[in-house]
Design a protein around this ligand. Structure first.
Ligand SMILES: Cc1cc2nc3c(=O)[nH]c(=O)nc-3n(C[C@H](O)[C@H](O)[C@H](O)COP(=O)(O)O)c2cc1C
Length: 192
């Protein structure tokens, strides 16, 4: 698949089939992730692969409870009703979760892990897989209990929880705002 086609076509997928994702394919996605640039080539990332659906359901429940208890603030927060729904699975029943964690607290570890995540998501799309970065999981995964569930040291920082699976359907395009662009050169910029 052409790179631009993948950039254009990738969508966050929120409906997955039950079909498992082969471990070798997950490994290939991680190999694509680590081709991302990183500051001073420090490659501060570590990858946790969770493909135990019972464990994923437990993480989903813990993350929802944590958000409701600690993070949402206002009682009328738009996500409260969704997170209160016992049937809402934050990973959308995807068979695999890859958590990209910063293993070293370098100055740019978050940026590096996010770039690795985008590589992983594009590589998954090129293989016909769907992905979704699940920010809902981040707060709980960053707690001591969350890190213990991932089996990572307390010094690691989970950055990018990426659900992966076979999409039930390709989601429709999601609109983009026109970018605010400031041209400071001497050329005549192209019209938007
Ligand atoms: C940091 C980050 C956190 C996100 N968290 C969630 C999430 O918790 N649940 C979810 O369904 N989508 C989540 N998304 C997906 C965004 O909603 C999605 O990327 C956005 O709506 C644009 O749609 P697209 O990815 O299909 O282009 C997250 C994306 C990013 C980059």
């Amino acid at each position: 698949m052409e790179l631009l086609e993948a950039i254009d076509g990738r969508r966050s997928v929120r409906e997955y089939t039950d079909e498992p994702v082969d471990d070798a394919v997950v490994r290939a996605l991680i190999d694509a992730a680590i081709k991302a640039p990183s500051a001073i080539n420090q490659q501060p990332w570590a990858f946790v692969v969770v493909n135990d659906t019972a464990k994923l359901a437990r993480i989903s429940d813990q993350a929802k409870a944590y958000l409701l208890r600690e993070s949402l603030g206002a009682p009328a927060h738009p996500f409260r009703e969704m997170l209160n729904d016992p049937k809402f699975h934050i990973f959308y029943h995807a068979p695999v979760l890859v958590v990209i964690a910063a293993a070293e607290p370098t100055d740019w570890a978050v940026e590096d892990c996010a770039l690795a995540a985008e590589n992983l998501m594009l590589a998954a799309y090129a293989r016909g897989l769907g992905t979704c970065w699940v920010g809902f999981a981040q707060n709980w995964l960053a707690t001591p209990d969350g890190k213990a569930a991932l089996g990572i040291p307390a010094t690691y920082a989970p950055i990018a929880p990426i659900a992966i699976g076979h999409p039930r359907r390709q989601p429709p395009p999601v609109p983009r705002k026109a970018p605010e662009v400031h041209w400071l050169g001497t050329t005549t910029p192209p019209k938007a």
